[in-house]
Design a protein around this ligand. Sequence first.
Ligand code: PSU
Ligand code: MN
Length: 301
Amino acid sequence: MIRVSEEVRKALKEGKAVVALESTIISHGMPYPKNVETALKVEEEVRKHGAIPATIGIIDGVGVVGMSNEEIEEFGKRKGVIKTSRRDLPVIYARKLWGATTVATTMMLAKEAGIEVFVTGGIGGVHRGAPETFDISADLQELANTDVTVVCAGAKAILDLKLTLEYLETYGVTVLGYQTKELADFYTAHSGLNLEYEIENPLDGAKIIKAKRENHLKGGILIANPIPEEFAMDKEVIDNCIDSAIKEMDKLGIHGKESTPYLLAKICELTGGESLESNIRLVLNNAKIGSQIAVEYAKLK
Ligand code: PSU
Ligand code: MN
């Protein structure tokens, strides 16, 4: 039921490094045309570091692993592409719709295609106020169950990061800080929360992935790679913007799957576009480190 591009299929067959990329960040995470520009730049960055990119999405009800540049462009422009998490999949498949894959569904399709490493911006997590609203991203359950390594800049700062870490611990998700023991919080490198493990370099990460797979320890690995200091936002500025954006969202009654896309757009507006620039930079940095990890893992296997 999935269509894997010729290039990705060949790379996987030859045991080369392949890096999965998601499409919700394109359709719901950034405005056009920056979304398409970024998606294509991220693919270039992956190639620059010796891996083959596989951007994943659902086109006319078919899961596509390794979208063409034209398909990426269409994902960025097209109206009505549906943000597709695990629960949405059967409907998108049956009705032959266009679906943008979240971290959760990108992991599912990457696993099906045989791709271990997946690069994104920031995962979904436990939302602030979740003890009341129950809003916990399906990304976390996917990390608990699906054998894919996700390289990100931590969880998005719009979340309750302390609860997100507790949830990941409960579900046995291995969390590794890339050259840091502090959890990155997307727009900055500093959440103030400690991680148990730090990896020093890509090989160090690849060895841990190998150990998890060889020992049949089901589930994902989360590698939190902080945004480089020069591209990070001022902590106080971004925290204030996030607080205002959440207040505005609550006032408008926005919730559920619209919550994250609304907040990212609102924060971009409140920061005069600065948060979008940071978001782009952190994804590119994740593409670099993620590709290096994928290359090391391909050598170990
Ligand atoms: N990273 C980004 N921008 C995004 C996302 C990640 O830099 O828009 C997306 C991912 O697809 C992730 C989703 O799965 O945000 C989380 O949505 P929710 O909180 O509704 O689960
Ligand atoms: Mn949610």
